[in-house]
Write a protein that binds this ligand. Sequence first.
Ligand SMILES: Cc1ncc(COP(=O)(O)O)c(C=O)c1O
Length: 481
Amino acid sequence: MIQEKKSPAALLKIDRATSTPLHRQIYERFRTAIEQGLLHPGDRVASARSLASELGVARGTVETAYNQLAGEGYFSPQGQAGTAVSPSLPSPRSTRRTPQRTETRAFDPALAEAAPPPPLQLGIPALDAFPRKLWARLAARRARATTAADMFYGDPSGHPPLRTAIATYLRVSRGVSCHPSQVFVTGGYRASLALISHTLLERDDRVWVEDPGYPPTQEVLRSTGQRTVPVPVDEEGLVVARGVRKAAKARMAVVTPSHQAPLGVSMSLARRLQLLDWASQAKAWIVEDDYDGEYRYAGPPLPALKSLDRHDRVLYAGSFSKVLYPGLALGYVVVPESLRDAFGEAARTWSNGCPQITQAVVADFIREGHFSRHLKKMRLLYARRRHMLAAALLKAFGEDVRIDLQAGGMHLIARFGRRREGDKALARRAQLAGLNCQPLSVRGTARFRDEGLLMGFTNVGSALHAQQLAAKLHKVLGREP
Ligand SMILES: Cc1ncc(COP(=O)(O)O)c(C=O)c1O
């Protein structure tokens, strides 16, 4: 409840210099907070006594305001339980709590109405297939065993057992050999990139980014003061020669070699070697964003670029968002041994670390073998769901759609023929119908010309569900505006 978390005084700044009586100011501020959706029907409000003490006014002043709010139906006294915003008040439509991070930045009423994740949402693992009971058991066990030491500040570089579990997993599954002290646990990919930037880069340093690419990469780098240099991507991944031509002396390159975001291609061995060669000559860093490299449906997962790194130029960024769930907000970065102390120092400067208990549960999940079992299951499940969605789209659209299935990942790209509209308009229409397709074109610069709709298939629950989604999409896109 908002009142319990947020100080009422923060919500109710009182101005003693105006002629408006204090009780009236309190009344007005609560009313506005309700009308603007900061307080919701059913939210409990502070008792008159505690609010009076927080605001430094007489209790009677607050009681006068509360009585007026109750009289007008904004508040409803709840006996022993105190006072709440009237549960029967209608919720202002524009202020309903909306699903977080849907990859569409703009507010969209149809998407906001759907329970998260909206259909076809990108990048969310299958939430129906997460082993919640097992997770709850591990979390409860950890919570029960909490000691006073666990309640102290944790290590800002990461909970040691989790750093060890990650290092072990990477060696076995991704061919990356590192010591646990090279693993830094963060709040996710963006936190990893910001940590890298604070530790290794200067203002105005140039950084190659993929074109098209993952928008947050550019956003983070720009916010930390670097200049991003978009480098085109072809069917072999980042075109290293173009990067060299544009900015040979760049300080860093950020790439998604396992499964390019968003095109889905894997970087060829020749390009990997070329990129590593450039980095070692230019004394530049490479960030390998391996956000979903585990998901590959034809053959085993490709080894990470980091596994070929003989000159210690690669920083490997991983995330638990795709392989567990994004609400965990946990990622990590593996740094070359020579940078270990610098990153330890930076982590101490920039962060209090991540929640200890969450890290401990993830460590248990990995160590006890649940993680590799879960990944194995998800690989099979996603292969099926990918196939179901592709088949349903082909059936609904026939020759009007082209689907390039890449070997891995969590989304497909559908390209529609014979449309006067661009992919932005198509995506918008789908979104208005509650289908969270994303346009491909906006992920690249003006030079990037490809168009299509990106669709996440991981939460498509059945063949019937896939058919319903495809039929709905066909209905929405079938007619020109
Ligand atoms: C290309 C790419 N990198 C990294 C991530 C992981 O980000 P985070 O750890 O912030 O969830 C994502 C998630 O969507 C992604 O698409």
